[in-house]
Design a protein around this ligand. Structure first.
Ligand SMILES: [Zn+2]
Ligand SMILES: [Zn+2]
Length: 427
C-alpha cells in the first residue's frame, strides 16, 4: 500500500516550481531595493510565544495551532505566522544593537490546522516583513508601498484597504462604544461572537459569519475614536501613501486576526478577474517587543501568502517556462561515451547546464531526449568523429549544424565548444 501525503499538505512539483522561484526572485529583489535583510528563524517554537503574542481569544490559538508535547514534555508549536519568531529572535540576539532601525524579511512555511477547503492548506508559505525601531508614519507607508511594489512587479492587480486600530490610550473608548452596540444585539450573534463580546469585543468584527457581519454594518467606527497622536499618525500615513502614488480605501471594520496590532493595519485584496480575498496583510505592533521582554521598540510588518500569488499568476499564464539544458551530448559507441562523460563534467565546471544519455539509446532516441528536455544545442560525438578530432554542433532553434574542429588532445575541447556556443547565442 502506498503512503500518501497528510491532509492539507501539498507537494510543490517541478512543473509549478518555476512560478514559485519567479515570485521569490522578484520579491527578494524588491526587498533589497528597500534595504531589507533576510532572517531565517526556526519552524518550532515554545507554544507560549504564540499564545502570548497572537492572543488566547483568536481563531489561530483557539482552534488552529499545531501544538504538541515533545519527548521532553515541553509544549511546542509549529509556527502559525512569522512575526512572533522574528521578534523573539530580535530580542534574544540583541539585533537592536546593530542599528536603530532593523528591516527584516523571511520566507518559509507556516502551519495551521484549518479545514482543508479549496486553497486552505495546513502547511502554507508566506513572505513576511518586519521593520523594528521606528515610529514614523512614513515607515508605515513605505512598507505598504513595498508590498504594493512587489505585486506590481510580479504583475498582479490588487487594492489596498487601510485602517487604524488606535493605541492603549484611545482603544478603550472605542471598546466601550462597541460593547454597548453588541449588548443590544447579543442574542442575534453567533456563539463565538457572544463569548468574545465580553472577553475581546474587537475580535467580533472579523467574525466569518455572514449573519454577524450584516449586524456589524452599523457598528461604531474606530477611526472616529482615535486619540490626537493616533489621528495625526493616521493622517500622515494616508498623505504619504497618496504622495507615493499608492491608491487605498479605508475599511474601519478591519481589525485583523491578531491581538498585537496597534494603529495602522492593512490588507491587500486581489482584483484579478474571478478571484477574491486577501493576498497580504499586516500592521503596526508597537507594544509587541516590550510584551515579549524586549526593549521599548515599535514595529510594523506584513505577510503575503505565496500559494495565493502562485495560483493567481498561474491562472494568468504567460510565464516563461524554465529553460532547458544549454547542451545535450549525444554519443555513439563506448569510446565516445567515455569521452563524452568527461567532456560533460568539464563543461559543467565551466558553468554550462549539460545533459547526456546513460542508457545506451540509439541516436534517434537520444535526439528525442534532447528535444524533450528543450536543449538549446546538441553535440554529436561518434567513433568516426573521434578519429577525425571533430564533433557536430547542432543549434536546436535554427536547425543549423556545424562541424567543430577539436584538438586531438582531448583536454581542450570544453573551451572550444563553449566559444562556439557563446558565438552563436550572441547573434
Ligand atoms: Zn491612540
Ligand atoms: Zn459571529
Amino acid at each position: 500500500m502506498s503512503i500518501k501525503a497528510l491532509k492539507g499538505f501539498k507537494d510543490i512539483l517541478p512543473d509549478e516550481v518555476g512560478i514559485w522561484q519567479f515570485i521569490e526572485r522578484k520579491a527578494r529583489d524588491i526587498f533589497r531595493r528597500y534595504g531589507f535583510e533576510e532572517i531565517k528563524v526556526p519552524i518550532l517554537e515554545k507554544t507560549e510565544l504564540f499564545v502570548r503574542t497572537i492572543g488566547e481569544d483568536t481563531d489561530i490559538v483557539e482552534k488552529e495551532m499545531y501544538t504538541f508535547v515533545d519527548r521532553n514534555g515541553s509544549s511546542i508549536t509549529m509556527r502559525p505566522e512569522g512575526t512572533a519568531p522574528v521578534i523573539r529572535s530580535y530580542i534574544e540576539n540583541g539585533l537592536f544593537v546593530r542599528g536603530s532601525v532593523q528591516r527584516l524579511y523571511t520566507i518559509g512555511p507556516m502551519f495551521r490546522h484549518e479545514r482543508p477547503q479549496k486553497g486552505r492548506l495546513r502547511q502554507f508559505h508566506q513572505m513576511s516583513v518586519e521593520v523594528l525601531g521606528s515610529n514614523s508614519a512614513k515607515i508605515d507607508s513605505e512598507v505598504m508601498a513595498m508590498a504594493w511594489h512587489i505585486l506590481q512587479e510580479i504583475g498582479l492587480q490588487a487594492s489596498l484597504e487601510l485602517n487604524s486600530l488606535g493605541c492603549t490610550e484611545c482603544r478603550p473608548s472605542f471598546k466601550e462604544a462597541l460593547l454597548g452596540f453588541l449588548q443590544e444585539r447579543l442574542p442575534d450573534l453567533c456563539d463565538d461572537c457572544q463569548r468574545r463580546s465580553s472577553s475581546n469585543p474587537l475580535r467580533v468584527l472579523d467574525c466569518k459569519s455572514e449573519h454577524c457581519q450584516a449586524q456589524y454594518a452599523s457598528a461604531p467606527s474606530i477611526i472616529e475614536h482615535l486619540c490626537g497622536p493616533c489621528s495625526l499618525h493616521f493622517e500622515e500615513v494616508k498623505q504619504t501613501l497618496t504622495q507615493a502614488g499608492v491608491p487605498y480605501a479605508l475599511n474601519p471594520k478591519m481589525v485583523r486576526g491578531l491581538d498585537y496590532y496597534t494603529r495602522t493595519t492593512f490588507e491587500l485584496l486581489t482584483t484579478e478577474l474571478g478571484a477574491q480575498g486577501a493576498i497580504g496583510a499586516g500592521g503596526r505592533y508597537d507594544g509587541l517587543v516590550r510584551q515579549l521582554g524586549g526593549p521599548e521598540v515599535t514595529g510594523i510588518g506584513f505577510a503575503m501568502g505565496m500559494e495565493r500569488l502562485v495560483m493567481l499568476l498561474g491562472q494568468k499564464g504567460g510565464l516563461e517556462s524554465v529553460p532547458g539544458p544549454d547542451l545535450f551530448l549525444i554519443t555513439l559507441g563506448e569510446r565516445a561515451y567515455e569521452k563524452g562523460f568527461v567532456l560533460q563534467q568539464d563543461l559543467r565546471a565551466a558553468g554550462m547546464y549539460v545533459m547526456m544519455d546513460h542508457e545506451g539509446r540509439s541516436m534517434k532516441n537520444q535526439l528525442k531526449q534532447a528535444d524533450k528536455h528543450r536543449a538549446r544545442f546538441v553535440l554529436l560525438l561518434g567513433e568516426e568523429e573521434l578519429e577525425k578530432g571533430e564533433a557536430a554542433l547542432k543549434d536546436m532553434r535554427s536547425g543549423e549544424q556545424e562541424i567543430c574542429a577539436l584538438a586531438p588532445a582531448f583536454k581542450n575541447w570544453a573551451p572550444v565548444i563553449l566559444a562556439k556556443i557563446s558565438e552563436r547565442t550572441k547573434e
